[in-house]
Structures are given as structure tokens and as C-alpha cells.
Write a protein that binds this ligand. Structure first.
Ligand code: 26Q
Length: 808
């Protein structure tokens, strides 16, 4: 945006007056935020319209990213940066006596996601807009996003999240673009012109109403769209019929059931529950999304037969996998294409990303549930399965077992992973090791059957939010040092490698880290009344709480450090601050116990004056995108310590790296590619490797009790879970102790404990030598450009979606 400061100030005052009927003096922070927001929205509207016109006029292929989650965080600052308005705005407001940061802090996070998968969708939208890909998000406008976490007496308590309580200034509702989604009922087959036609009857209709949010590209005048669907009762005939019949209660019940569809985001990220409402949500998303795509496609005079040349649809995990039978339904029942043609189009249009290898996390739906809620969709899946099974049989005659293993419908369930593979032309994992495991282990049968379909697309993160926005001082230092071309070409960050020996540069990196730590120290002081030592090593693990992510390994190590300090008060360890941020799924009781353990240990340590200057443990409540933007730039050490094979990729690992933290890592997920990019001298790795883990799983020979009996350090911390060491009721943590000592404990916590201790000794030694640490830190920043999601999106665009940038 080319706008002068004077014009901006003038517009702001006018807008404040017309929208809020207030002067600057009277305005609250919310007034100022709403005013600035609507001003920005006004400025970007022209480009939004222009972008849509351009896509239409140039007949560009469109990509739709279907996802049950979009974890967008705050939008205002992001828009200001991408529209090149941040400085003007900051200065202009300053002159009006308004502090921009206070205004930005008013905005609630748009938290419509659980974690990695949802945040990846948000980073991808930012990258698509920024490199000029005509790509749009399609999701659900949940009234309540991911729950708000409170810690009460050390326990996680979930509170409803209410991001829509105040007006959402970014969205535009489009009732004129609403579509109808149909549930329940039955299917009638009618013979017409020698072919069978199917009609869905006696269904319950739901109105899907879209709300559009602009996605602004970085200084390129592109504005794409995130379309979120909200469920509303059909006001037309349906409920009037009920009212007319005098069935008031039934009509009200209908309203309630409909609105519940977009009421809340399910907070599970690894144990999909087979809940009917979740299945409704998934179908609601894909049916609304596809109907609106087909409708807008048909407005041009293109033939439906050419649909695949103009549209690519990506499904973010299996959650939107009903897009496959739904597109088949639309093409066959509404557009009257035959099965072969419809199938050809569907598989060309759809592509699928898998985000987990854990079998318990793979989605499957009970046959009866799917069949009664979505009778026509079930028929189509049934037919897809029939055809799949006979194709397998044809290729591998006599191999009954193989057919049984690969069937989409089996054991009373519909397996969404298999449906997604069969119905798409591309299946990708999210880091090299993960894609290899899919191909060689978990989905081997399918990889043999469809050898060209499987590929890897290593995740990425948008450096615009995770560096430029969250770490402005570092951004400025980088641009002062190597120019600002890296912003459009993040691989150019590598130029910083030349400065690794420049002490003045390394000193600046250190100072900036201290400043970022100071902001976090202030936040912790204010919110938790815990005083942190800014010169201690800030060691952070921030991610969802899950056994495989091994927050437990981290806290056991902290208990060990504490034991060492108490035993040996003179020991000269470098002071450490351990920081956790993590939400547990509300029904995941072990994960919640681990939170209680972390808080119990934190209390004990933080209140023991003997270790006052050496050790602190902080659990930050309600980890979110905005808190991540505060935590990550303040980290010296990044904990990426999952059990090898379990973390598909991780993306937090990349964010910490980009902000100059040193990673303590297992060779899992994208940690491996991070190591390859920066060299092993710049990362601290430990623990079992892939082949060892697979070996232990297959021969079932892991006996943690042997380790416990052999290693006194381990015996002590494990015993401390249940003796009087912790001020908790005696058997509070007995379950954790039992899990750790169980034969074939699947996360190998005790097995990796010794190696983890050594890794932390290395951290300590390195940190003591300021310049060697800062050199590593600089190398991390320099090598992080490869993990920009711009690069990831270029690969998706070229290899999978076959779409080109519309820039230039
Ligand atoms: C499914 C059915 C019913 C209810 C909930 C769910 C559900 C919801 C969210 C299942 C899984 C998720 C989220 C998974 C997730 O975030 N996976 C992470 O994806 C990241 C992006 O690819 C990876 O970096 C992480 O390694 C992976 O754990």
C-alpha cells in the first residue's frame, strides 16, 4: 500500500468517528483496534476484488486447501506487514498518542486448530498468497475454537473459548452464497434412459453459510480467500413444515442440532473418537466446499469434463476425505457423468497429506453410523471398495490376506486413510523419514499397489510470521547485515554464514536474544509472579502434550538436575530456566497427569531457596499462536525429543531454529533434515535411531526395569514419583511410574534417559563458551531458509497441484 502518514492519520480519525462515534481521546483499545482493522480491511478490499477478477480473467487453475483446522492466530499485524504499512501505521498512531502494540494485543487469536496440522494450514495460506498461487482455504467457522487452558492447583482445566464474542472484523458473511447440505434419509434408485439414477430422499437439510477472510500476500497485491462455513437451520420450507404441523419442539430441536455442527472444534489430536457430530462436521465441510467450487466453476462456460484441468483440491489429513465420494456424487448424480469419467476426474483433482503414522490416530468410522447419516455417500464408498478389491485380486490373484488388509470397508469400519489413498493421485508424508516409514512400513501394501502415488513434502513455516513478525530486531539485524533480498528468497539467509566469525555480529545476536528473553521475563513476572534470571539458559518445550513427545523425559531430567544440586550445592552448573507450554486433550488422562507432574515439580523447585539462583521451572498456561510468538524468540534451547518414528515432522522445531535456538533433538521428523541443512556441529542429537526403534518394536525386547535397576540416577527419579519427595498424594503419580517400568514401554523414556543427560551436559559446556554458542545460533538462523513454507508450497504447486504462480 502506498499511503502517506498524513492520509493514514486522517483516515484513522475519520473511521474512528464514523464507526465508533468517538474521538481519539475517548476511544478504548478495542475501539482503536476495530477502527484500525476496518481501515486495513478497506485498504485491502480493492486488491481482493482485483485478485479474484485476475484469476477469473486469466482462467488460472485454482487450488482449494480443505482442512478441518486453520490455526491463524492474530491477523492485524500480519496484514500490516504484508501490505507494507507497519511503519506508517506505527508512526502515525504514535503521533496520535496511541501505542500500536497495545492495539495489536487487543486482537483475540483465531484459534481454530489443535496444533501442528492446523498451523501448517495457516502457514500454507500465507505462502500461497505470498508467492502468487491462486490457493484458498476451506474450513469450518467454529463458534468455539480450541479450548482455553487454565492451570488450577497444578491440574489442567478446560474453559470454553469465545473468539466470536466480540465482532470478528476480518470476516465477510455471504448469505447469498449459501448451499444446502443433506443428512440422513434414504436413497431411491430410478431407471432412466437405461441408466440408474439415485435420489436422496427424506433427508434433513442444513444451510451452510460462508464467511470469507482475506489472506494478504507479502507486498504483491494478491489477496486470496479463507472461506469458513457456518451451519444454520434452513428457514425456508423445512422448519415451517414442522411449525405448521404444530411440532414446535421438533422444530426447536432441529435448530439446535443444526447449530451444533459448527459449534466447536474437537480438541483431540491423536485419538480420533468415533463421534457422530464430528462425522457430521467433516461431511458438512466437504459438501459445502465442493458445491460452492462446482457452482463457481460452472459460471464460466467450461465443461465439467475439464474440471480437473482447472481445479486442485488438497485434503489436510483424512478429515476431509469424504470429499472423494462427495465429488463422485456431484459428478454422477448432479452432472450426470458415468462412473469411469467421474472417477477419473475425482482422482485427478484430489491429493492427500498424511500427518501421522500412529495407527491409533488413523481415522475410521463405524459402518452403521456412516451408512445411516450419509446413505448415498456410503453407497459410493461401497462401490469404490468393490472396485479396489477386485483390482487387488486381479494384480495379486489368490492373495486373500492382501485384499483383507487393504479393503476400505472391513472389520465393521470404513477406513479413511485407505479411502484417501485410493481416491487421490498423490499421497505425501511431511518429512523424509515420515514419508519413508509410510512407504516402507505402515502403508507398504498401498505403496506397492500405487508406486507412483507416494511422495514426500517436508513441512515448512512462514518466515513472515515466525521471524519478521515475532522477532523484528533480529529481522533488522539480518537486513542490515546482508540486505533484505532474503525476505523474498529465504535461502539467502545462508549469507549469514560468512558472519559466523564476526564478533560484533555475534554480540548483536546475543543482545537481541537477551531483549527477547526480557519480554518473556516480564510476562512471567506479571502473570505468575515468578522471577526469572535473564542470564540463565532458557530451555523451552512448547507443543501439544503427548506421551510420544516425551515431556516426561524432560521433567525427569529436571528432577535429576535438582537432585544433583541438592546433593552437591557447590556444583557449578550454569543457571537454567525450563519452560513448558502444552495443552492435553481433555480425555487423555495420562497427558493430564504429566501436566500435574510438571507443575508439582515446578512448585517444589521454585520454592526451594537452595536452588534459587540455579533452577526454575515454568509452565505457561494456554499455549497458543500468540504465546508461541513470545516464547520462541526467547529460547536458547529448543526441546525436540520425540520417540523416533513418532513425530511425523514437527514445525515448532523449525520456528525455534529460525530464531537462533539450539535444538536438543532425536533423529525424528524434520529434525533430521534440519541436521542435514546445518551440519551436526550445530545441533545436539541423542538417543535411539530409527532402525533400533523398529528392531525393539519387532522383537519386543525392551525391559525398562533392567535399566531402572542398573542406573541409580534413574532409580532415584523414578522412585521420587511415589515416595514423599513430591508434595502430592501418594499414588498421584503411581500410574506414571508403572508406565515407565512396563515391559516394552513404547516411548523408550528410560532407555533414552542417559543419552539425554549427556546431551544436556553438552548444552551446558557449549553455552559457557559464549562465542561458540553464538556461532551455532547464527548458523541455525542462516540455515533455516530452506524451511520456509514458500519452498514447500512451490513443491506442492509444481509436483502435485500443477499450478503456476500468477505473479509477473
Ligand atoms: C481426528 C478425528 C476426530 C477428532 C480429531 C482428529 C484429529 C485432529 C487433529 C486428529 C489429528 C489432528 C492433528 C494432528 C497433527 O497436528 N499432526 C501434526 O501435524 C504436523 C503438520 O504436518 C506435524 O508437523 C506433526 O508432526 C504432527 O504431529
Amino acid at each position: 500500500m502506498n499511503i502517506s502518514k498524513e492520509k493514514f492519520k486522517h483516515d484513522f480519525i475519520e473511521q474512528l468517528m464514523t464507526r465508533r462515534a468517538k474521538s481519539v481521546k475517548e476511544a478504548s483499545d478495542w475501539d482503536k483496534y476495530a477502527t484500525l482493522g476496518s481501515l486495513v480491511r478497506g485498504y485491502l478490499a480493492r486488491n481482493w476484488v482485483k485478485t479474484n477478477l485476475k484469476y477469473c480473467n486469466t482462467d488460472s487453475k485454482q487450488v482449494y486447501y480443505f482442512s478441518m483446522e486453520f490455526l491463524m492466530g492474530r491477523l492485524l499485524e500480519n496484514h500490516l506487514i504484508n501490505m507494507n504499512m507497519l511503519d506508517i501505521c506505527k508512526e502515525g498512531l504514535d503521533e496520535l498518542g496511541i501505542n500500536l502494540e497495545d492495539v495489536l494485543n487487543v486482537e483475540k487469536d483465531q484459534g481454530l486448530g489443535n496444533g501442528g496440522l492446523g498451523r501448517l494450514a495457516a502457514c500454507f495460506l500465507d505462502s500461497m498468497a505470498s508467492i502468487g498461487i491462486p490457493g484458498h482455504g476451506c474450513g469450518i467457522r467454529y463458534k468455539r475454537g480450541f479450548f482455553e487452558q487454565k492451570i488450577i492447583d497444578g491440574y489442567q482445566v478446560e474453559m470454553p473459548e469465545k473468539w466470536l464474542e466480540e465482532e470478528n472484523i476480518w470476516e465477510i458473511k455471504h448469505p447469498e452464497k449459501a448451499v444446502e447440505v443433506r443428512f440422513w434419509g434414504g436413497v431411491k434408485a430410478v431407471k432412466a434412459d437405461g441408466r440408474l439414477e439415485f435420489f436422496h430422499e427424506n433427508y434433513e437439510p442444513v444451510l451452510a453459510v460462508p464467511y470469507d477472510t482475506p489472506i494478504v500476500g507479502f507486498k504483491n497485491n494478491t489477496v486470496n480467500t479463507l472461506r469458513l462455513w457456518s451451519a444454520e437451520p434452513i428457514r425456508k420450507n423445512f422448519d415451517f413444515n414442522l411449525f405448521n404441523k404444530g411440532d414446535y419442539l421438533k422444530a426447536m430441536e432441529y435448530n439446535y442440532l443444526v447449530e451444533s455442527i459448527s459449534e466447536l472444534l474437537y480438541p483431540n489430536d491423536s485419538h480420533p473418537e468415533g463421534k457422530l457430530l464430528r462425522l457430521k462436521q467433516e461431511y458438512f465441510l466437504v459438501s459445502a466446499g465442493l458445491q460452492s467450487i462446482v457452482r463457481s466453476y460452472k459460471k464460466s462456460d467450461k465443461s465439467i469434463k475439464d474440471f480437473a484441468e482447472h481445479v486442485a483440491i488438497h485434503i489436510n489429513d483424512t478429515h476431509p476425505s469424504l470429499a472423494i465420494p462427495e465429488l463422485m456424487r456431484i459428478l454422477m448424480d448432479e452432472e450426470k457423468l458415468g462412473w469411469e469419467k467421474a472417477w477419473n476426474i475425482t482422482t485427478k483433482v484430489i491429493s492427500y497429506t498424511n500427518h501421522t503414522i500412529m495407527s491409533e490416530a488413523m481415522e475410521k468410522w463405524p459402518i452403521d453410523m456412516l451408512k445411516s447419516l450419509l446413505p448415498r455417500i456410503y453407497m459410493i464408498i461401497y462401490e469404490i471398495n468393490e472396485r479396489l478389491c477386485s483390482a487387488i485380486w486381479k494384480k495379486y490373484p489368490g492373495e486373500w490376506d492382501r485384499v483383507a488388509r487393504m479393503a476400505i470397508i472391513a472389520d465393521g469400519y470404513v477406513k479413511m486413510t485407505y479411502l484417501s489413498i485410493v481416491g487421490s493421485h498423490s499421497v505425501n508424508g511431511v518429512a523424509k523419514i515420515h514419508s519413508d516409514l509410510l512407504k516402507d512400513e505402515v502403508l507398504r501394501d498401498f505403496a506397492q499397489f500405487y508406486p507412483d502415488r507416494f511422495n514426500n513434502k517436508t513441512n515448512g513455516i512462514t518466515h513472515r510470521r515466525w521471524l519478521i513478525q515475532s522477532n523484528p530486531e533480529l529481522t533488522e539485524l539480518i537486513s542490515d547485515s546482508i540486505g533484505d533480498a532474503w525476505i523474498k528468497h529465504p535461502r539467502m539467509l545462508r549469507k549469514l554464514l560468512e558472519l559466523r566469525t564476526d564478533k560484533a555480529f555475534l554480540d548483536r545476536i546475543f543482545e537481541i536474544k537477551q531483549n527477547n528473553k526480557k519480554r518473556l521475563v516480564d510476562y512471567v513476572g506479571k502473570n505468575y509472579s515468578i522471577e526469572l534470571n535473564i542470564d540463565s539458559i532458557f530451555d523451552i518445550q512448547a507443543k501439544r502434550l503427548h506421551e510420544y513427545k516425551r515431556q516426561l523425559l524432560n521433567i525427569l531430567h529436571i528432577m535429576h538436575l535438582y537432585n544433583m544440586l541438592i546433593e552437591n550445592p557447590q556444583s557449578n552448573i550454569h543457571p537454567r530456566t525450563f519452560i513448558f507450554g502444552a495443552k492435553a486433550a481433555p480425555g487423555y488422562s495420562v497427558a493430564k497427569k504429566i501436566i500435574k507432574l510438571i507443575n508439582t515439580v515446578a512448585d517444589k523447585i521454585n520454592n526451594d531457596i537452595r536452588v534459587k539462583d540455579k533452577l526454575k521451572v515454568v509452565f505457561i498456561e494456554n499455549y497458543s499462536v500468540s504465546l508461541a510468538q513470545l516464547l520462541i524468540p526467547a529460547a536458547n534451547v529448543s526441546e525436540q525429543i520425540s520417540t523416533v518414528t513418532k513425530e511425523a515432522s514437527g514445525t515448532g522445531n523449525m520456528k525455534f531454529m529460525m530464531n537462533g535456538a539450539i535444538t536438543v533433538a532425536t533423529l525424528d521428523g524434520a529434525n533430521i533434515e534440519m541436521l542435514e541443512e546445518m551440519g551436526r556441529e550445530n545441533i545436539i542429537t541423542f538417543g535411539l535411531e530409527k532402525d533400533e526403534v523398529l528392531e525393539l518394536y519387532s522383537n519386543m525386547s525392551y525391559r525398562p526395569k533392567d535399566i531402572y535397576n542398573r542406573d541409580v540416577r534413574i532409580k532415584r527419579v523414578v522412585d521420587q514419583l511415589t515416595n514423599e519427595f513430591l508434595p502430592a498424594c501418594r499414588d498421584e503419580f503411581a500410574e506414571i511410574r508403572d508406565l515407565l517400568l512396563m515391559d516394552n514401554e513404547p516411548y523408550f523414556i528410560l532407555k533414552d534417559f542417559g543419552a539425554y543427560l549427556n546431551a544436556h551436559e553438552i548444552v551446558e559446556t557449549l553455552y559457557r563458551d559464549k562465542y561458540s554458542w553464538q556461532r551455532m545460533s547464527a548458523s541455525n538462523i542462516a540455515c533455516s531458509g530452506r524451511f520456509s513454507s514458500d519452498e514447500t508450497i512451490r513443491e506442492y504447486s509444481g509436483d502435485i497441484w500443477k499450478v503456476k504462480s500468477t505473479l509477473i
